[in-house]
Design a protein around this ligand. Structure first.
Ligand SMILES: Cc1cc2nc3c(=O)[nH]c(=O)nc-3n(C[C@H](O)[C@H](O)[C@H](O)COP(=O)(O)O)c2cc1C
Length: 216
């Protein structure tokens, strides 16, 4: 990984940090899904990075919910429960996040049991037009605030996807600078997540990071 250091022996012994990526775009060549695929490549072996596809989630409907969660919603809630941290990659549609992502979060927010979005460390990244999804991210920040998630905002990643080609025709991230910024954000996310969910492992981990980044 660009900024996360090589694995040490201690890291090989560590239970993998479980990260979940959710893209707010359904299209095959999505830049946002591309960011998550790049994140999957960037993280070291001791981070288990899964991507959850929200395309099968139906529109939220209280009547449907009353009949019992559809299988896709059960799977979404389980994926969030299993993750120690969730990274949302949002496009920007008319200054907001996508309807499909908002809808998935609405379903997920109905789970108030342990491991749900309530109290879950999460973060937001995004790739879009000239504002780099900043407005969509602000809207999503409010929504996630209401779900009770703990949102890591800095260092942040807002990718202007169209100017100097950041993605290839299949939505794969090719911009080196963006890859570096993504790595920085992931770096901070792993550190912050460990601080919250594994406070007893955090000090040893932080010391290792310190040593590694000092080039010792
Ligand atoms: C309905 C719609 C509205 C959009 N509105 C905005 C917008 O307000 N701001 C922006 O930066 N880009 C806007 N875009 C462009 C998207 O950000 C762009 O298509 C982006 O690539 C979508 O993400 P994806 O590549 O992950 O599918 C809009 C696109 C669509 C389809």
């Amino acid at each position: 990984m660009t900024n996360i250091h090589q694995e040490s022996e201690m890291e090989q012994d560590r239970e993998p940090v479980r990260m979940l990526g959710i893209s707010g775009s359904l299209r095959k060549a999505s830049f946002n899904t591309g960011l998550l695929r790049a994140a999957q490549e960037i993280v070291p072996d001791w981070v288990d990075f899964q991507i959850f596809d929200i395309r099968d989630i139906p529109f939220y409907d209280g009547d449907l919910e009353a009949e019992g969660d559809p299988a896709s919603v059960v799977a979404l809630k389980a994926a969030i429960q299993n993750a120690e941290t969730v990274i949302f990659a949002t496009p920007e549609y008319n200054w907001g996040t996508s309807g499909v992502l908002k809808n998935a979060i609405d379903w997920a927010s109905r789970d108030r049991t342990e491991g749900s979005l309530m109290g879950k460390p999460v973060t937001i990244i995004g790739a879009g037009g000239r504002a780099g999804t900043a407005r969509a991210q602000m809207q999503l920040l409010e929504t996630l605030g209401e779900t009770g998630s703990l949102v890591m905002v800095k260092p942040g990643l807002q990718v202007m996807a169209f100017g100097d080609q950041q993605f290839d025709g299949d939505g794969n991230l090719i911009g080196e600078k963006t890859r570096e910024l993504l790595a920085n954000h992931l770096n901070a996310l792993v550190k912050w997540t460990m601080q919250i969910v594994r406070p007893h492992e955090f000090v040893a981990y932080a010391c290792e990071m310190d040593t590694a980044t000092a080039g010792v």
